[in-house]
Write a protein that binds this ligand. Sequence first.
Ligand code: RB5
Length: 148
Amino acid sequence: MKIAIGSDHGGFELKEVVKPLLVELGHEVEDVGCFSTDSVDYPQQAKQVASMVQDGKADRGILICGTGIGMSIVANRFKGIRATLCHELFTARMSRRHNDSNILCMGGRVIGPGLALEMVRVWLSTPFDGGRHSRRLCQIDHQEQDCA
Ligand code: RB5
C-alpha cells in the first residue's frame, strides 16, 4: 500500500520510529513532514495527508501530533476520511473491523514506541468486517433509506 504519514513537532519522534516499520512491511511511504522538532501547526500536515487519502493518492494515512486529537479533528473534516485516534491495540483493531479506518491518529506524547509499532502492525493487517458496518458507514454521508 501507499501510506502518507505526517506529524507536527509533538509527533515527529514517533513518526521517525514508525516509518522504518512501514518500509520493512513492504509499503511505499510518503512523508509530508514535519522534519524536525521545531514547532509547526498540525493542521498543515493533517490537511496534506487527508487530501492524499481522499484523492486516492495514498491508500491510507498515519497522523501523529502530541495527543493525536488535533490531527483527528482536522482529518475528519474531509469527506470520506475516517480518522481514528487510538491509544491501544483494541481500538486500533476495531477501528479497522467496524469503522474501516483510513487514517490512524496517534499521540506522540501519549504512547511509547513499542505500543505504537504494534498498533500500526494491527491497524495495517486487520480487514474491514463489512456487513452491517458498511450500512452504518453509508449513513455518515447519506440518508438512512439510501443505505441498504
Ligand atoms: C502541540 O503543542 C500540540 O497542541 C499538538 O501536538 C496536538 O497535541 C494538538 O492536538
